[in-house]
Design a protein around this ligand. Structure first.
Ligand SMILES: Cc1cc2nc3c(=O)[nH]c(=O)nc-3n(C[C@H](O)[C@H](O)[C@H](O)COP(=O)(O)O)c2cc1C
Length: 148
């Protein structure tokens, strides 16, 4: 199955985690398209799998590289009923708006029809001793559900 990895990062941590997931998916035999500045026009909307990796910045806002996609989804309201997905949400629990961007993106894409095959996974960069391993463990918990 072809996986589209969508990265929302400002300072690079989430891109690093997404790279690890990219490697893991390739090792499992999947084709992966990596979008470090995802644009709706470049993504499948009738089928496919969106692996969304997004950090929270500002006062609970979506990180810079996903601002375009967030706007495009809200303005164009495409039907995403055939799309499956999973969401890795990166944040820091010292903020009141912990992982708010992941929650907001989840609300948007699920509202447009995306079927999440696993619950959203929130990584706390303040307390996690090994965020890379946590992210890979999370992927391994659902990757067998992906078609070949
Ligand atoms: C200015 C700033 C604002 C932030 N705001 C939040 C926030 O509201 N909620 C949250 O969970 N994390 C927040 N964070 C923490 C980031 O999500 C965390 O540092 C993350 O690792 C950044 O990922 P990135 O390097 O992929 O951009 C903030 C970080 C910075 C520097």
């Amino acid at each position: 199955m072809v996986i589209d990895i969508l990265v929302g990062t400002t300072s690079g941590n989430t891109e690093f985690l997404a790279d690890m997931l990219h490697e893991e998916l390739k090792q499992r035999g999947h084709s992966v398209r990596f979008h470090d500045n995802p644009q709706l026009n470049d993504l499948p909307t009738n089928d496919g799998f969106w692996l969304i990796c997004v950090a929270t910045h500002g006062a609970g806002e979506v990180a810079d590289s996903m601002l375009d996609l967030n706007d495009q989804l809200q303005q164009q309201q495409p039907s995403l009923k055939g799309v499956q997905g999973a969401i890795l949400s990166v944040g820091d629990s010292s903020y009141d708006t912990f992982c708010q961007a992941g929650k907001d993106i989840e609300h948007v894409v699920v509202g447009l029809g995306v079927h999440l095959i696993s619950p959203r996974f929130d990584i706390d960069m303040m307390t996690s001793s090994d965020p890379e391993q946590s992210a890979v463990n999370w992927l391994q918990s659902w990757a067998s559900k992906l078609g070949s």
